[in-house]
Design a protein around this ligand. Structure first.
Ligand code: HEM
Length: 632
């Protein structure tokens, strides 16, 4: 899924008065920063902990192009930013964020004491009350302290201080931050009925309406039951072809860049790749964004960026009455939304006609070879749904399946750029499993190491980094009672990087997942690993997305070598719906020279199939040269 929401728009007030470490709060574990750890993974540690990666970003056509900036200004800004982060770390470490606020029982006790009730009587009364009333550790945040930073990073630091569940308060707003596997399992799976999508649904309403991600209750149940069957095995197998063809188009683009000696900005290319894939996969529409920057592609990005902007906005500006009608930006968003909706409505109408005209009998593995899309399946199944609901579903799938996969590819290539040994292993595997051909569904089982690389990339860069819920009734999280209406952020980032749950949590180590072991998921990892969520709201595109990213990585690294481009700024994180880079991932791409396959001079035994006699012959195979374009 793609969209998820950030905390900053909810949190405009700063305060730090009266703050001392709370009794009973574990303050204990300070993360060490051993030499050799990947510094970009600990960006809050300031300059000492950073790699200045030679990466720069060309203006990207995915709507996130950076503003040109003077080098001196940049340097000053960087210094200010590092000072701010260092101060934030020091504040958190000193307990300055801890609220030592009296609990309700102790406030009551003070009140009664003011009325002259003797302390001995109060002792007897309140002994019982306090004993059974554990309080959630509470941190009081400062919007300025965490602003301009990917918000899940200070949450990690706070987690190390306050533990697996704590309350974060910004003025009148309050959130529970959960980073404990058992509590995450309780919310997502065991008691999932007591939780809704809360603020996520509110923010995404303008674009997803009652689509599967924001929907709750009966609408969600009905729509999930209708959509999940569309992703059957035959469909996924057909999608592997689609992934291969789309990646091949990207390879051609990279070929051209490589022969022109041009560096490429991979983040936006991955965004185009996954947009092209999801358009075909969901409603059989070829955005062809890798080759064309058409109006509809621009409109999709405008809508996506708006969803992300809303999720990080300090106030819900889109609700301000007059402003929302006169703001040029909102006008552009509305126009873009209208264009995308019109295209979707048109596609729905065309598809309806096609289904009416076709003879194909519907069955549970229904798939039209020319149009294997989810939309076609839904209409052929006789899905009794309003056009508005169908449009919401399509839009949701488009967003869910686009940004996430693009982000996974971006961070995988970033990680691989620092791990030549992993790249060699990948290339060996791909050469031996695929050779020069397109991948098939059978290859997905064989590309084991490639899959582990994706598993590990998703651990270090979960997309999205937090899951959002709201409690629909009173509940108990661990030992803490909570009330109805609590906004909860399950920090997948914290779970995936917890030093309590993982050895060398910050190290990129695909080998942590044994090749012959099961595919890691939330169940076999006990909710310490949640790349696709868990429980009834788990991602419906998990297999689709894993295969999509495996195919893309396999085909790209078989054909090219990727290095960070020279002279670029460091790669930093920022959040929208998923984790983006701040300034793109600029890489130098060169055609890969495949290592020669050494002649095997060992005599091989050749058996004559007719008479069973054997003869010896020299097996000499030598191959050298550029990896050719993949053809099925
Ligand atoms: C690597 C890529 C992807 C990642 C990391 C990912 C991750 C996730 C996560 C973590 C959730 C759970 C959200 C929550 O519990 O709040 C989710 C839900 C969802 N995802 Fe994905 N997703 C990916 C790709 C896809 C694709 C390709 C599709 C569609 C084809 C898709 C469709 C959905 C839908 C519809 C939901 C909502 C399910 C529900 O609430 O019932 N996702 N995704």
């Amino acid at each position: 899924m793609a969209a998820n929401v950030h905390i900053l728009w909810l949190s405009p007030v700063m305060s730090s008065q009266g703050l001392t470490p709370k009794k009973g709060v574990q303050l204990p574990f300070r993360p060490s920063s051993p030499a050799g750890k990947d510094p970009v993974l600990m960006p809050w540690r300031g300059n000492g902990g950073r790699v200045v990666s030679p990466v720069c970003c060309s203006s990207s056509s995915n709507g996130r192009g950076p503003e040109p900036m003077d080098d001196g200004v940049k340097e000053v800004q960087q210094l200010i930013e590092e000072k701010r982060r260092a101060e934030l770390s020091a504040q958190i470490a000193s307990g300055a964020f801890t609220v030592d606020r009296p609990s309700f029982p102790s406030q009551l006790r003070n009140g009664l004491s003011n009325f002259g009730i003797p302390a001995e009587v109060l002792d007897i009364l309140f002994k019982w009350v306090d004993d059974g009333y554990p309080k959630i550790p509470e941190a009081k945040g400062s919007i300025r302290a965490v602003q301009s930073e990917a918000f899940f990073i200070p949450l990690y630091e706070l987690y190390l201080t306050y533990g697996g569940i704590f309350r974060l308060k910004f003025g009148p707003k309050s959130f529970l931050i959960v980073s404990d596997p058992a509590t995450a399992k309780h919310i997502l799976k065991d008691n999932s009925k007591s939780y809704s999508k809360g603020i996520l649904a509110e923010i995404l309403d303008f674009v997803m309406g009652k689509g599967l991600i924001p929907a709750d209750g009966e609408i969600w149940r009905v729509r999930r039951r209708a959509i999940v069957p569309a992703l059957h095995q035959k469909y996924v197998a057909a999608m592997i072809n689609l992934f291969g063809q789309a990646t091949d188009r990207l390879c051609q683009k990279l070929d051209a860049a490589a022969s022109d000696g041009e560096d490429v900005e991979m983040e936006s290319l991955f965004s185009h790749l996954t947009l092209d894939v999801i358009g075909k996969a969901v409603f059989n529409y070829d955005f062809d964004s890798l080759t064309n920057d058409t109006g509809i592609v621009e409109a999709v990005y405008t809508v996506l960026r708006e969803a992300e902007d809303r999720s990080v906005a300090p106030i819900p500006f889109w609700e301000i009455p007059i402003w929302k009608d006169i703001s040029p930006k909102q006008k552009k968003v509305n126009e873009a939304l209208k264009l995308v909706n019109d295209v979707l409505n048109n596609l729905i109408a065309i598809c309806k006609r096609m289904v009416d005209e076709e003879d194909l009998q519907f069955n549970e593995e229904y798939m039209n070879e020319e149009d294997p899309s989810i939309l076609r399946f839904l209409l052929a199944s006789g899905d009794d749904v309003s056009s508005k609901q169908l449009r919401d579903d399509l839009m949701t799938l488009l967003i869910a399946g686009h940004e996430t996969s693009a982000a996974v590819l971006t961070w995988t290539f970033y990680l691989l750029s620092k791990e030549p040994a992993a790249v060699s292993k990948l290339q060996q595997e791909v050469d031996s499993v695929l050779g020069d051909r397109f991948p098939t569904i059978e290859d997905m089982k064989r590309l084991k190491y490639t899959t582990r690389v994706i598993n590990e990339s998703l651990r270090l860069y979960p997309q999205p980094p937090v899951l959002i819920r709201r409690s629909l009734e009173n509940d108990t999280l661990g030992k803490y009672p909570i009330k109805r209406g609590e906004d909860i952020f399950i920090s997948v980032w914290n779970l995936h990087r917890s030093p309590h749950l993982w050895n060398d949590a910050e190290k990129f180590n695909p080998e942590r997942w044994p090749l012959d072991g099961p595919n890691p998921n939330e169940t076999n990892q006990n909710f310490c690993y949640l790349p696709f969520g868990g429980g009834p709201r788990k991602c419906i595109g998990d297999m689709f997305a894993t295969f999509e990213t495996v195919v893309a990585v396999a085909m790209l690294i078989r054909r090219f070598n990727f290095e960070m481009a020279l002279g670029a700024p460091e790669v930093k994180m920022t959040t929208g719906a998923t984790i983006h880079t701040t300034e793109g991932l600029k890489m130098t791409v060169t055609p890969r020279i495949r290592p020669p396959i050494l002649p095997n001079l060992e005599p091989v035994l050749k058996v004559d199939p007719l008479d069973g006699s054997s003869s010896r012959e020299e097996n000499v195979v030598a191959q050298k040269g550029q990896v050719s374009s993949a053809h099925p």
